[in-house]
Design a protein. Structure first.
Length: 311
């Protein structure tokens, strides 16, 4: 099934310096936003209080959040875990001596929502644990980036495509971070998972285009490289648009109907998918071209067999 009824002939490579400028502006702006405004880190990274509560019936989470705010617990988060009757509440950091008092106050709020509610467990997450989670998230990102580079290098046997893929893919999470710094949406471990998913999604999109570039090089060895790249991207454009359209519909629904708990996760995926398609179409292949990609880099190496001198 094709999205475009006629064969497209967009010239993606010729204005690539404009795409570089746009991408560079987004990256610089994102770094500036993160440096100036910072990220709205949640308890996962800053430390705080995690409270497990149980209800006899599925509670209204909005009522739980508003009750916690009225009780003086600012930036309180409440979400289901396990079943619809189990609720995880996250609060900003407190002193260990205040744990008993906080537990009693939270239980009062929960009983206003449902008299049968009870607090099952309260744990204080110290700043050290939050720092360890931040470090783990950073290492996960670093190993993902290295994996991308070597995967593309192994698959296509040229560093030009690897470098193009890695630089273009780095664009996606950087701008997602800038988006979260701009909007000050809560940044938790689910957002880190979404960013890693965006990296994988974006890489897959680039690999599809690179595969088509390799096929075109085999079929059109005498054409200029820039023409082959344009043709390859045009041939995958219908697939790219249809994939993006179907994924975005799901993510928009998740963002609209998923509630405040899922909104940061859905927003990271939504912004990341859009950025991933931009970097795949307009940045990755263009970088490979400017790194000196040639047809012979993707053609199989011809092995010379020794001449048999026997009669």
């Amino acid at each position: 099934m094709e999205f475009f009824k006629r064969k497209t002939n967009f010239r993606f490579m010729e204005p690539r310096k404009w795409w570089y400028a746009i991408a560079g502006a987004f990256v610089i702006g994102s770094f500036a936003l993160v440096a100036v405004r910072g990220l709205n880190l949640t308890v996962d990274f800053t430390g705080g209080v995690a409270i497990e509560a149980a209800f006899p019936n599925p509670p209204d989470l909005d009522a739980v959040r508003s009750g916690l705010e009225r009780a003086g617990f600012e930036d309180a988060q409440a979400q289901n875990f396990g079943t619809s009757r189990d609720v995880m509440i996250r609060l900003p950091p407190i002193d260990a001596e205040e744990a008993t008092q906080v537990r009693a106050r939270v239980e009062e709020v929960l009983k206003e929502v449902d008299p049968g509610a009870e607090v099952r467990d309260l744990s204080v997450v110290g700043p050290q644990i939050g720092a360890e989670l931040r470090e783990s998230a950073i290492w996960a990102f670093v190993f993902t980036v290295l994996g991308i580079f070597f995967y593309v290098l192994f698959r296509f046997h040229t560093w030009r495509l690897s470098a193009g893929a890695i630089i273009a893919t780095l664009f996606d999470p950087i701008v997602v971070l800038g988006f979260f710094a701009l909007t000050q949406m809560p940044f938790d471990l689910s957002v880190v998972a979404a960013i890693l998913a965006v990296i994988g999604y974006s890489l897959n999109d680039k690999v599809v285009i690179f595969d088509r570039i390799r096929e075109r090089f085999h079929l059109s060895r005498r054409l200029p490289v820039i023409q082959v790249l344009n043709e390859a991207i045009n041939e995958t454009l219908s697939r790219t648009v249809m994939t993006a359209f179907s994924v975005l519909i799901v993510l928009i629904a998740l963002y609209v109907f998923g509630g405040p708990v899922l909104q940061p996760f859905a927003a990271a995926l939504l912004v990341g998918v859009i950025l991933g398609h931009f970097s795949s179409i307009w940045v990755a292949s263009a970088l490979a071209l400017d790194f000196g990609l040639k047809i012979e880099h993707l053609l199989p190496v011809e092995r010379k067999h020794p001449v048999d001198n026997l009669p």
